[in-house]
Design a protein around this ligand. Structure first.
Ligand SMILES: Nc1ncnc2c1ncn2[C@@H]1O[C@H](COP(=O)(O)OP(=O)(O)OP(=O)(O)O)[C@@H](O)[C@H]1O
Ligand SMILES: [Mg+2]
Length: 273
């Protein structure tokens, strides 16, 4: 099937509340009316942290990855599946047929090995707990839904081969999917205009960045926190042959994603080999 497939992911800071969600959903409706097919993945970082705090738990992240014990996983799954219903509801309200599902309905996962992180100038190994990485993605059911003009809406909870549930970073999830489907463009919708040379200066956006430049920006600490798994996800998608990989600002009052269908659009940061 010939199609212009856009695989998109948004986080909780980028699209916060019903109004923002409806705005994104209307843009997706517009893209579909221009012939695009869409797979949507969502995170929910701030919502998960807020719910943990409400329950007296302390959210902890290293290099953008949430340290996940069994209790954290329970909260994460509950918050993400609730959010998933809201996203599907908004798409339907915008006239887009959609079906929600957890990541384990279309992919297989393995527990993430301990991560090497630098803390206070010292390299350490940190076990982040019940966190998963995509090991395999079966695009069959996703492609079936797309053919029926339905948008799959995926929340990043995985399972390993023994059925053990794992928390998956939404950027990691979207890259696993984008890498396994005939994807024209992968879009990471976040709460900044793109990769910034100075996180506090929205005018310092890079329009285009190479993988080599990304390595350098991570080493220099210009790219940090949640931006690290995001650029790693972009790297995976590019190496898997995804046509265009881009980061855009979900809080942009003008336009979030619809513009990217224009040839040569300079929206956000495009990551290239
Ligand atoms: N060089 C950089 N340019 C832009 N943002 C950066 C940079 N370095 C670090 N960041 C941080 O990365 C954040 C985006 O990642 P974050 O994980 O917080 O959000 P998200 O992935 O969009 O949402 P979620 O984690 O809920 O799915 C930005 O808000 C910014 O604070
Ligand atoms: Mg993130």
């Amino acid at each position: 099937m010939k199609m212009d497939l856009y695989v998109m992911k948004f986080g909780g800071n980028a699209i916060r509340g019903k109004e923002a969600m409806m705005r994104l959903c209307r843009e997706i409706a517009q893209m579909r009316s221009q012939g695009a097919k869409v797979i949507l993945v969502h995170g929910g970082g701030p919502e998960i942290s807020a719910e943990m705090e409400r329950r007296g738990m302390q959210p902890k992240k290293v290099a953008g990855i949430r340290i996940t014990d069994p209790e954290t996983l329970d909260v994460t799954e509950k918050v993400l599946s609730d959010l998933n219903k809201d996203v599907v509801g908004c798409l339907i309200e915008a006239g887009v047929d959609a079906i929600g599902m957890p990541g384990y309905h279309c992919a297989m996962f393995v527990k993430k090995p301990p991560m090497k992180v630098v803390e206070d100038g010292e390299e350490k190994e940190v076990d982040v707990g019940l966190v998963g990485e995509v090991s395999e993605c079966d695009p069959t059911s996703l492609m079936d839904l797309l053919e029926q003009d339905i948008v799959p809406v995926i929340y990043p909870i995985g399972k390993d081969k023994d059925g053990r549930r794992l928390n998956v970073n939404a950027d990691t999830m979207v890259a696993g999917i984008a890498a396994s489907v005939p994807c024209k463009e992968m879009l990471a919708i976040t709460d900044v205009p793109g990769i910034l040379m100075d996180v506090n200066d929205p005018n310092s956006k890079l329009d285009r960045v190479t993988l080599e430049e990304i390595d350098d920006l991570i080493a220099k600490g210009v790219i940090s926190g949640g931006m690290v798994p995001k650029v790693e996800a972009c790297r995976k998608a590019i190496l898997a042959g995804v046509g265009t990989v881009r980061m855009v600002n979900g809080t942009d009052p003008e336009c979030i994603v619809a513009d990217v269908m224009k040839e040569g659009s300079l929206r956000g940061t495009v990551i290239v080999r």
